[in-house]
Design a protein around this ligand. Sequence first.
Ligand code: S3P
Length: 442
Amino acid sequence: MMRTAPCPQLFGPSGPLGGIVRVPGDKSISHRALMLAALAVGTSRIEGLLEGEDVLATAAAMRAMGAEVVRGADGVWTVDGVGVGGLMQPEQALEMGNSGTSTRLLAGLVASHPITATFTGDASLSHRPMGRIIEPLSAMGADFTTSPGGRLPMTVRGLAPAIPTTYRLPVASAQVKSAILLAGLNAPGITRVIEPVPTRDHSERMLAGFGAKLTVETIEGVRHIAITGEAALRPQQIVVPADPSSAAFPAVAALIVPGSAIVIENVGINPTRAGLFDALRMMGADITFTNQRDVGGEPVADITVRHTPLRGVEVPPEIAPSMIDEYPILFVAAALAEGRTVMRGLAELRVKESDRIAVMAEGLRTIGARVEELEDGLIVEGSGGEPLAGGGTVASHLDHRIAMSLAVAGLAARKAVTIDDFSPVDTSFPGFAALLSGLTNR
Ligand code: S3P
């Protein structure tokens, strides 16, 4: 899991993309599947788990805390859980690599168990704010020691029994919401999260699927989520759909490379995740969902994308939480559109795996796009479908989505673009480069 030498990679002008592909399993759902299976009593089975570094960090942590987590030769994972309340003290620090989701959700689990765990991570993760989970989890009785500024390395000393809390989210964050709900699983009584701006709801869906008593009430547009603690979770058979955040890259590649038409199968289209497809449609994109169905409590579709000349729009800031990870690739689509695209309400992008506003502005400028950086967003003046100049080397800053977004931009450039380090892509999308070349070299 630890990467050493940087691994540069070149992405150049491409012919049309075509074909039918599957992208790897959903990262958010994969983390949650491992965690809840590890807290159930008995054996769960997980099909389609994302085998990226972030999820493997979660798997290793669950093993370190007592669950048996095994990958079968057929790619199906089985997890023998320890039961809620049964997590064991890890013997060593939990190495989280690049994964903010692992860190914040697992801190929630540790917070309400009588154990102590230290979380460490790479340079990117060690810059990310943990105060947002420390505040509510401290109110539940956990004790934290962090590096200056509330950063990793961080030690969490859990309290059992924990104190159920009611917490109103000050930032739209599914990770914070999930950390509190997971802590609430082992707190006696009812833990409540008030969510003024809806974020991805995979935790709620999956907790209910595992048999936790969880209710969601929407009062004047505000979600009130309540979980009853000291729950007994029943083992499940889980099928993880493909990740819409990964599907976003080949989808935008097909939109911006003339002559392309592709199908991406079995993609999660949960409305709390699918905002990118809405934004691209506003820009005129030809995107259709077929074969819509339900897979394990999550809506799924096959997605057909055809090259379309895009036009610039003002992207409504309200949809940001439903596409928060997709802005880097939307910036690339905007760079090829006709006219100006304005994207605001994105302050959260500055505290992701990198400062995604600054880093994308830098990368896009290097390859000839016209962009203006705002405190909370980006304005992009599109090329009107003309290829970007390309050439040069752009920096991925330990951020998988930056690396993949700039790679896709390279496909629609006159000269190939070098990404200085492509290795971060393995955190969420192993096989990305091979999948892309399979679509372009037919
Ligand atoms: C995630 C929530 C989002 C997202 C991240 C995954 C999750 O983070 O950016 O990639 O699985 O809960 P925030 O909760 O910080 O917005």
